[in-house]
Design a protein around this ligand. Sequence first.
Ligand SMILES: [Zn+2]
Length: 317
Amino acid sequence: MTLSYRFRWSWLVLLLAVTPLFAQSMPLVALQALSKQSYMVQGDLGPASTSNRGFNANAGIVITDKAVILIDALGTPALAEELLASIRAMTDLPISDVIVTHYHADHYYGLQVFKQLGARIIAARPALQAIGAPEMAERFAERKVSLSPWVDESFRVIAPDLLIDRAMRMQLGGAWFGLIPAGPAHTPEDLMVLSEADGVLFAGDLMFAGRIPFVGNANTKAWIKGIEDLIRAQPKVIVGGHGPASLDAANDLVFTLQYLKHLRATMGAAVQDLKSFDEAYAEIDWSRYRGVPAFDAAHRRNAYNVFLSMEQEALRP
Ligand SMILES: [Zn+2]
């Protein structure tokens, strides 16, 4: 009796000791409710790593009367299995569709799990260019090492069954969704998804809340238009590809919008005046952005990329 009591007590101590470690290093694929029908799972904020098993991106789940609609499929087949288990704890409804916001590894490596269950895969048409591009094979080689054993030779790139060419409404599982291609912004194939019943918008990696966005070689003109379309859609909640859902959607979008507009206006003027980038950058007052997180890491490069793209736009008729 005493022995078994002590035995159980020691297990409890051990459990308490390791639980915080697990909670920190192994984020659970647990559904967070956003409304009566929409949910998300939120990945770790850091990069994909063995400590988070590649769970560093979000996925959206909308449960309609007839089906489960997914937005993205997480970063490994194993994570997709965990997501499936979390969904199955809520409902037995079929998973009819998976909408891929873009073909970056952390968002689509779990697709094969849902495809096998009969789900239709939906993506924006430029996804076809991403599939088969050399970057995709390079990423797979990298993930087999960085996310071993969760990414191995059993991984398959699952191509979309349905391609989206323009913004449209579509009934999925009996509920209405807005499918909004927004690329080329974060990627050429960016696709956002609005659940009309509850106003939850799944924006993929388009929205950057509370930090300077990463512009990369984005098409800022199209990105701005995409955000303007978004603001018109008046989403109540935005779920980005990383980090918590935003309940102050309009505000978070306006920040990114104004930032991109400011870059285009200032860099566009520099190009018109035939100034060098360094000269223009030094003259412009960036004070309103200086204190914003990621300014040092991203801002100058963002400005330079926009400068280059404004040069190209000026050369085009
Ligand atoms: Zn991405």
